[in-house]
Design a protein around this ligand. Sequence first.
Ligand code: AMP
Ligand code: ZN
Length: 114
Amino acid sequence: MTDNCIFCKIIAGEIPSAKVYEDEKMLVFKDIEPKAKVHLLAVPKVHFKLLSEMDEKKAEILSHMFTKIPGIAKENGCKNGYRLVINQGDDAGQTVFHLHVHILGGESLPISIV
Ligand code: AMP
Ligand code: ZN
């Protein structure tokens, strides 16, 4: 738990969230300002900000998350595909500095820059 991290507070249950999935390594909840019909955030329970801070243990957690995400996306309304976004740092517009994977779908998404 890192002080003043909103996602750590959500993980600790100090701030409410609309949880859709939880296990010992990760939490998935609805984004408070959805940018698509389905907009979920998958977060590791350990706090770190950037992929560049990853070590073997954190890599295992990320691997676990990416194993779970397809099923979670499907169960939550992403029947025809979805987009994953991981903003990294200021140029990407990261606003919450606890690593998270955006899961976007539930509709045909606007064309992205990639
Ligand atoms: P990013 O800009 O990639 O750091 O994404 C942060 C995301 O967290 C944004 O899409 C916000 O809408 C979302 N967010 C911020 N606070 C909350 C909250 N309390 N509950 C759910 N989502 C949140
Ligand atoms: Zn945190």
